[in-house]
Ligand binder design. Structure first.
Ligand code: GLC
Length: 531
């Protein structure tokens, strides 16, 4: 058996850079702030952090509009601060993963300024320029992910350019070899500084249909959905040629030792797992967002786990994501008691877990009043509940003003629960969700069954909304029993008898030896292990 890579054994923690810790009172999180909180991350037990974009940016999409790939935005600090963060993190055994945003740049990036300066500029073909239709309209029906046409008219040069996101985020033309070479140099720049890998933004978007055909209408579309869902994205994303450019990116990483490539990919499971690569390696971990999207009940979640676990090719490694900066927080979506069950699920499944900052303390979301809205998606398509500000509010550290996040005015208001729901308070409470996360993380990291073992769903009698599975590596095993429902319940199977409750979501049960019939309180989860 091959030795597992660090990303197959680790736990990834996403830090939304603007919201983790401010060090200079400008109300926006920064690199020095993150460095000052590394001890917390070590205490929590996570092994790798992924930091959202820190590059110079006009911040139209809060850093996902990069104006220079080779530097740090002053709001986050300097390259020296970055080097110090890497050194301090790695010195504590923590890996650092950066966000790589290859699909588009900012419209303020010098490449785009050149490209739009004239049709004959050498960088013209670095972006996607097309003529208008005979009626003057855009070249096809592709919609921007943030609403409206994906095409923007450039009066000066009389052509449209394509932007899958904001018009201030023009898409690069990845079919141009010079673009690919320049982006590979970006990867090397950061890899040479010692980072441990990349999370690649919208990886499945890189290549588009070379004929720019219209996308077909989506027959299931209804107007409560974002406008992008009007059409099926079959020509504008997940083009088969994307796999080739991902292989090239992976090739660059593979010239370094032990660096991970993670892909942000929202696709159905079958197409998602194609990004592990067939002929050649692609992403080590194509992010699996199933837990963010599946209705919260044992039947649906169980089915998704079976489907995903069953489809991962032998030589590849699965992963599970419970939250990110684009989706509603888990505690807001399913509720607080359920969020504890979700924590146990995430940390006992087969595959690398990724957790989102603040979910470990169960931050709930606050409604963001109109005057505080910052997210461009909410501004472009208001009223559909698409805004991402609620899940980006500052981290809650202690009971001081602004929960210790900043001494200034926070760029987004804090969640109103911050005086009670904060790290300082919850770390002193053995029954808090934070303490539960920590026990789960330490239990997982010490258990071969949970870290490497096979997954098997267990049949049992009884139970309304229960899920039960075993993880086993050789003779090491653990059984996980989760009550997704809000009712008292019980499950019975001969193999439960004599096992000990190793970790429980509810107080007072750890250490208990169970019978074949195990009673569960509403929204209770248990890890059972041999005595
Ligand atoms: C990804 C990011 C998201 C961003 C978009 C455009 O989905 O996670 O935050 O808005 O790409 O870069």
């Amino acid at each position: 058996m091959r030795k597992p890579a660090w990303w197959e054994q680790g736990i990834i923690y996403e830090i939304y850079a603007r919201s983790f810790q401010d060090s200079n009172g400008d109300g926006i999180g920064d690199l020095k702030g993150i460095t000052s909180r590394l001890e917390y991350l070590r205490w929590l037990g996570i092994t790798a952090l992924w930091i959202t974009p820190i590059y110079p940016s006009p911040m139209k999409d809060f850093g996902y509009d990069v104006a220079n790939y080779h530097d740090v935005d002053p709001v986050f600090g300097t390259l020296a601060d970055f080097d110090n963060l890497i050194e301090q993190a790695q010195g504590r055994g923590l890996r650092v993963i950066l966000d790589f945003v290859p699909n588009h740049t900012s419209d303020q990036h010098p490449w785009f300024r050149e490209s739009r300066s004239s049709r004959s500029n050498p960088k013209r073909d670095w972006y996607i320029w097309r003529n208008a239709k005979p009626d003057g309209g855009p070249p096809n029906n592709w919609i921007s992910n943030f609403g409206g046409s994906g095409w923007e008219w450039d009066k000066a040069t009389g052509q449209y350019y394509y932007h899958a996101f904001l018009k201030e985020q023009p898409d690069l033309n990845w079919r141009n070899p010079e673009v690919r070479a320049a982006m590979h140099n970006v990867l090397r720049f950061w890899l040479d500084r010692g980072i441990d890998g990349f999370r690649v933004d919208v990886l499945w978007h890189l290549m588009k249909d070379p004929q720019f055909r219209d996308n077909p209408p989506n027959p299931a579309y209804d107007p409560t959905q974002p406008e992008i869902d009007k059409y099926l994205q079959i020509h504008s994303a997940d083009h088969p040629d994307t796999h080739y450019v991902v292989q090239e990116i992976r090739g660059v990483l593979d010239t370094y030792k032990d660096r991970v490539l993670i892909g942000e990919i929202y696709l159905p499971i079958e197409r998602l797992v194609a990004y592990y690569g067939r002929e050649a390696g692609e992403a080590h971990l194509p992010f699996n967002f199933q837990l963010l999207q599946t209705p919260w009940n044992s039947r649906r979640v169980g089915a998704v786990i079976r489907e995903y676990d069953g489809i991962i090719p032998e030589q590849h490694w699965p992963n599970w994501v419970l939250g990110n900066h684009d989706k509603p927080r888990i505690a807001a979506r399913i509720g607080h008691p359920q969020a504890r069950v979700a924590a146990m699920l995430l940390l006992t499944l087969r595959g690398t877990p990724t957790l989102y900052y603040g979910d470990e303390i169960g931050i709930a979301e606050r409604a963001i009043a109109k005057e505080f809205v910052r997210d461009p998606w909410e501004r472009n398509e208001p009223g559909l509940g698409l805004g991402r500000d609620p899940q980006r509010t500052p981290m809650q550290w202690d009971g001081s003003p602004n929960a210790g996040f900043t001494t200034g005015i926070p760029w987004l208001p804090l969640s109103p629960d911050c005086s009670t729901c904060n790290v300082e308070r919850l770390s002193n409470d053995p029954d808090s969700i934070l303490s539960l996360y920590r026990r789960l993380i330490f239990w997982r990291q010490g258990s071969a069954a949970l870290m490497e073992g096979k997954y098997r769903q267990i049949e049992f009698s009884g139970g309304g909304d229960l899920l039960c599975y075993e993880r086993r590596a050789g003779s090491d095993r653990a059984i996980v029993l989760l009550n997704f429902g809000a009712a008292h319940d019980a499950a019975e199977a001969p193999e439960f008898a004599g096992l000990k409750i190793a970790v429980a979501t509810h107080a007072g049960r750890e250490g208990e030896i169970v019978d074949a019939k195990v009673k569960l309180q509403p929204n209770e989860g248990l890890i059972l292990a041999p005595v």
